[in-house]
Design a protein around this ligand. Structure first.
Ligand code: NDP
Length: 481
């Protein structure tokens, strides 16, 4: 079976595939390390051309009735649904994630966002403000050209989560996927054209960080939406501020998952598995600091270790595989070093280890302390750190003792405690008695260093539009002289 995934060309500008004029970019299949495509980065002139085509196309797109834009985006949803199997396979080749996951999570969640905003497009209205004889009204207008920059863990979902509200509101987009996973966004660009999105409304440029940086400062760009790490977020936010551009920052986390003694044990263990090991742990909102109350700690760890024995690590294209390789060698080495560092610092490994080749098995540490690196830094791999606690006040204080604030979860049967604890946690996206579910209807994003703005839900409409206020004089104009 051929594993080639070579696209027609590397970039998508003004409605068509265009070959990049910058340095080569090899796309590797994380499972075998073989090259599945060779792309070329966009040159600075090509980035400018993509932005200019987005600026031109945006005018026509914004002038279209919102219901018509919605209809076109709905056609894209149907195309994605029809091609889900082929798209999932490509996503697996690009990311190494098990086909078992990509069939149900990646493009399906992207399509869900497009479906949601396609429906919402025509419902966005302004306000009429009575002022006596005079009156005022507001118009919610698009921002113009939006730059999207994505991470490698959910490349196609991230591309759709950004494009859906942007396009629904009449903006255009130039999107730069992560250099690690450049293939899905090109498919999205193709699908948009097939669905009837005008040429130039959605463009894709490829490249490493500096191509992203040139996008952020392009004079045509009015807004930047980044999904990435905190250090990159800081750079991009600073660069965007120079031109007073709007931003959405979806950054990293070190989220707490708090399990009280009275929790349903089986559900809490399931949630901790989802919150740490799905997508080989490469998920920003993961609950990687699992706080266990003393009374449930041992039972939780015993059951967790039993359940982790059910993993099937291996070929991501095998439908039975539920744990895939890490994205690349550098990430694997970084995670291995953190695992070794945790053992050296005195954390007790209850299962897992440093693994072999591209694989790191689900790894659980017990008896960790808050000051250890594994309890403070984002690992972005299948490593769960468990910490014990005695009471509510203590665990809330310790859970909040981090610069991050992306997500948090609590497991308890006590209704009032659940809501009280969530109310006191510094996190943008929270779950009670479940974890990591991100339906498009629910706003998603972080507080503190984990981000600015929200993706998904009606909240994202505000992040992809701006208000114009219009005062309407109905009588004469009084002037002092
Ligand atoms: P990075 O921050 O390394 O990169 C994110 C994107 O930014 C990539 O496309 C990257 O390009 C690009 N980039 C890098 N430098 C610049 C720059 N100076 N200007 C503009 N763009 C730049 O993140 P990763 O790809 O390693 O993804 C992992 C991180 O993403 C984790 O911290 C994770 O928590 C976070 N994340 C957050 C999510 C959220 O919604 N909150 C969801 C998923 C991940 P290139 O890769 O080509 O260098």
């Amino acid at each position: 079976m051929s594993l080639s995934a070579q696209p027609k060309a590397s970039l998508f500008i003004d409605g068509e595939y265009v070959e990049g004029e910058g340095p080569e970019l090899a796309v590797l299949y994380p499972f075998t390390g073989e090259t599945i495509a060779t792309l070329r980065e966009a040159s600075p002139e090509q980035v400018e051309r993509a932005c200019a085509s987005a600026r031109r196309a945006q005018v026509e797109w914004a002038a279209m009735a919102p219901v018509e834009r919605g209809r076109i985006l709905s056609r894209a949803v149907r195309i994605i649904e029809e091609r889900n199997e082929e798209l999932a396979r490509l996503e697996t080749l690009d990311t190494g994630k098990p086909i078992q996951e990509t069939l149900v999570a990646d493009w399906p969640s992207g399509a869900e966002a497009l479906e949601y905003y396609a429906g919402l497009a025509a419902t966005v209205t302004g306000q009429m403000i009575p002022l006596g004889q005079d009156w005022a009204y507001t118009r919610r207008e698009p921002l113009g050209v939006c730059a999207g920059i994505g991470a490698w863990n959910y490349p196609s979902q991230i591309a759709c989560w950004k494009a859906a509200p942007a396009l629904a509101m009449g903006n255009s987009m130039v999107y730069k996927p992560s250099e690690e996973t450049p293939l899905g966004a090109l498919k999205l660009a193709e699908i948009f054209i097939e669905a009837g999105v005008p040429a130039g409304v959605y463009n894709v440029v490829q490249g490493r960080g500096q191509v992203g940086a040139s996008l952020v400062t392009n004079p045509d760009v009015a807004k930047v939406s980044l999904t990435g790490s905190v250090p990159t977020g800081r750079k991009v936010y600073t660069a965007a501020a120079e031109g007073m551009r709007h931003v959405t920052m979806e950054l990293g986390g070190k989220s707490p998952l708090i399990v009280f003694d009275d929790a349903n044990l089986e559900d809490a263990v399931s949630a901790a598995i989802l919150a740490n090991f799905y997508s080989s742990g490469q998920i920003c909102s993961n609950g990687t600091r699992v706080f266990l109350q003393e009374g449930i700690k041992q039972r939780f760890l015993d059951r967790l270790v039993e359940r982790v024995r059910n993993i099937r690590m291996g070929d991501p294209l095998d439908p039975d595989t539920n744990h895939g390789p890490m994205i690349n060698a550098a990430q694997t080495a970084k995670i291995r070093a953190m695992i070794e560092g945790a053992e050296a610092a005195g954390a007790r490994m209850v299962c897992g280890g440093t693994g072999e080749g591209a694989f790191i098995p689900p790894t659980v540490f017990a008896d960790a302390t808050d000051d250890m690196e594994i309890a403070r830094d984002e690992i972005f791999g299948p490593v769960m750190t468990t910490l014990s606690f005695f009471d509510e006040e203590e665990v809330v204080r310790r859970a909040n003792d981090t610069g991050f604030g992306l997500a948090a979860g609590v497991f308890t049967q006590d209704l009032t405690r659940a809501h009280r604890v969530i109310g006191n946690l510094q996190a943008g996206t929270c779950w009670i008695n479940t974890y990591n579910l991100t339906p498009v209807q629910m706003p998603f994003g972080g507080v503190k260093m984990s981000g600015v703005g929200r993706e998904n839900s009606a909240a994202a409409i505000e992040h992809y539009s701006q208000l114009k206020s219009v005062y309407v004089g109905m009588g004469g104009v009084d002037a002092p002289y």
